[in-house]
Design a protein around this ligand. Sequence first.
Ligand SMILES: [Zn+2]
Length: 421
Amino acid sequence: MKRRIPFTAVTLTALIALAGCSPSTEQASTQTSATTTAPTPTPSTPTPPAAAPLATPLLARVVAAPVPVPATDGRTHLVYELLLTNSMNQDVSVDSVVVRPGDGDPLLTLAGAELADRTRVLGTTAPTAALGPAQSALVWLDVTTENGRTPTELDHQVKVTLTQPMPPLLPAEVTETVAPVTVQTRQPVSIAAPLRGPQWWDANGCCGMTAHRMAINPIDGELWGGERFAIDYVQLMPDGRLFDGKVDDLSGYPYFGADIHAVADGPVVAVLDGLPEQAAGVNPTGLRLDEYGGNHVVQDIGGGNYAFYAHLKTGSVAVKPGDRLSAGQVLGQLGNSGNTDAPHLHFHVMDGPDPLKADGLPFVIDAFRLTARTSAGVGPDGDAIDAVLAGKPAPLQPDVSPRDETGLLPLVSDVMDYPDE
Ligand SMILES: [Zn+2]
């Protein structure tokens, strides 16, 4: 079976995919329209604009207010998710989502196939912008700006088409202005790299529709995006391959057992060790919720930021809760425990100590060398991950010049050299 994104770490794919659906693509023929404004309160909602309340077929809120972060593409990213719920007993389609900085020019417009690609009905995996009666859907947003300029407020114009209009209350087309959100003013935490040496590849990271980005997990009755900015690290050999020999032989992965270093000063708040190594090349089954991260360390790195180091080698965890770590200190070794199908380090920063019941926060790595980027969609049925799991070199984009970087979030596909000390 084809595995587009094999390095799933703590993603609760099975939990998310419990329900099926048959979203309608039926379109209304009536072309009347209306614009309504109905802010949906969120914990970070600014003062709603003074406008007459109007009926809106969709309810809307953001899962968590975004924190701007500069990334290796030279842009500043605001990464968050919009939750839409069809309040109607009829099929509706979302025609467009426009993200605006208050009343200014749009920062992002999603429509058509691009919107569908970014949208999933809860519990399903198929791209769609059609919502059945009472269905909810998530829209994954990656709003980017240039020159470090970031908005302080965002709102969302959502155009929706009803299949059974109810004029004058609800015409066939309604444009809602919903889910205003105040951009967080906190700064991404600056950290050292958790690994040393060359050719560390971000094989699953921000900000597209990767497994980490899409892992918005239902836990204790709420949605949580702990892995929003998570990175799955694997190390490419000089020739670009991942392993020597057979895909299921852990000893063939030269980076298996690599030292993992604390990314900042701070105390350890949780550890787990003793879970076995998984077989490489297959996705494990039968894991409990608390086993997804495998052997792991959670560290309080200050400012409300918690670092999560996961899938560590069995028996390698070298720290215990209460230990005050210094940046660079070795805390364990890279392994293949928990929900993993190839040796890798899953690393993320979050706003609380629970790896899944937390919101993922952006971070920047203080110094590294960006050496290459892998390419997606190479070959008739492959991408970079398919290639390396088939024992081939990772295909690289041709136009990336190696360069030293400071204070940036790595993006998925980046290949990086990290300082040796
Ligand atoms: Zn992961």
